[in-house]
Design a protein around this ligand. Sequence first.
Ligand SMILES: C[S@@+](CC[C@H](N)C(=O)[O-])C[C@H]1O[C@@H](n2cnc3c(N)ncnc32)[C@H](O)[C@@H]1O
Length: 210
Amino acid sequence: MKLNLGCGPVQPEGWVNVDGSNRAWLASRLPWIDRICVSCKLFAPTDFNPSTVWANLLKRFPWDDRSVQAVYLGEILEHFTREEGEGLLRECHRVLELGGVIRVRVPDDAAFWGNYVREYEATRRLPRTQWSSDHTRWTRMHFQEVCTTRPKPWRSMGHYHKFGYDDVSLILLLEKIGFREVDRRRLHESRIDDIQAVENRYDLIVEGIA
Ligand SMILES: C[S@@+](CC[C@H](N)C(=O)[O-])C[C@H]1O[C@@H](n2cnc3c(N)ncnc32)[C@H](O)[C@@H]1O
């Protein structure tokens, strides 16, 4: 069994696609009500369906110890606080079999804030009469979009971020939990053979084994 946790619209065959949003609950448990709401234009069409597995990943996972071969977390860890994220990763470690693969994809904070620093430094080198505050667009993006976009009850669980990672902090966190051979990876470079089915874009990607 391979788990795709916080799947959103990415639900390939061969994976157990798990999401905890209200919409995933409705479309997986009561799909006919969901269909009626869509046809009455109360809800937009959904990517969730009866094969989507609903689970709140803040809670203990509904899978047995050492029962899973691979776990993929695509753009989900950053939606948890640092402490919640550690709990989530510990649950991944519990359900993965020995040698099972964990793969985590998150936005790269070092790259994001590197953009800020580069633009700030370029401005700082200019004569004062040419200064602008253009580089603070990264600050605005962080505080006004990344951290504050509110969830819509009948869509996903919200897209705002509660924590951020770089390769160093993510590798150290996975190692602290007990994962081994943890390293940064390129897009689709993985021990998981059909990784391209769940991995739809590059960001900071780290992989290890239980
Ligand atoms: C940004 S989307 C990522 C979608 C997809 N994995 C991808 O790679 O594009 C994050 C998803 O995590 C889900 N999610 C957020 N918090 C969750 C939780 N506590 N339990 C389960 N799913 C959660 C949201 O409903 C949303 O579908």
